[in-house]
Write a new protein. Sequence first.
Length: 133
Amino acid sequence: HHFPFRNELVEEDNILPEELIERIGIDEHLILLTGLGGSTGTLLTDQLIQFCINSNITFQVGCSWPLSFEGAKRLKLAKAFELKYGDFQNVIIVKDVTNTLNPSSERKKTLLGDLYAEINAKIVQLMISADPK
């Protein structure tokens, strides 16, 4: 699915695809890694969190902050997400790791997928260390 880019979190829109809802089991614990700033990472994550809350599904979300080259629109959307979920104990928003991993001119030669894999690995480490179990 492709989600149109929006500059804000919109409460009344339900953009969750039905097949995604069907795959989330009520007895499961949803763990989500996402990059903030875009429609898929930010808006879909917002919708998933709301779905989990409304359905009493436990969840944990690890988010990376937009990279410096992603622009002001994505940063604005990420800030709106942070304002809404920044105090949630089961939502981790990691800003510093993305700053230290921003691609230098040499690093830009590598695939962005490799960069995001490195960011996600760091977020998983932080999520595990923050888990109260």
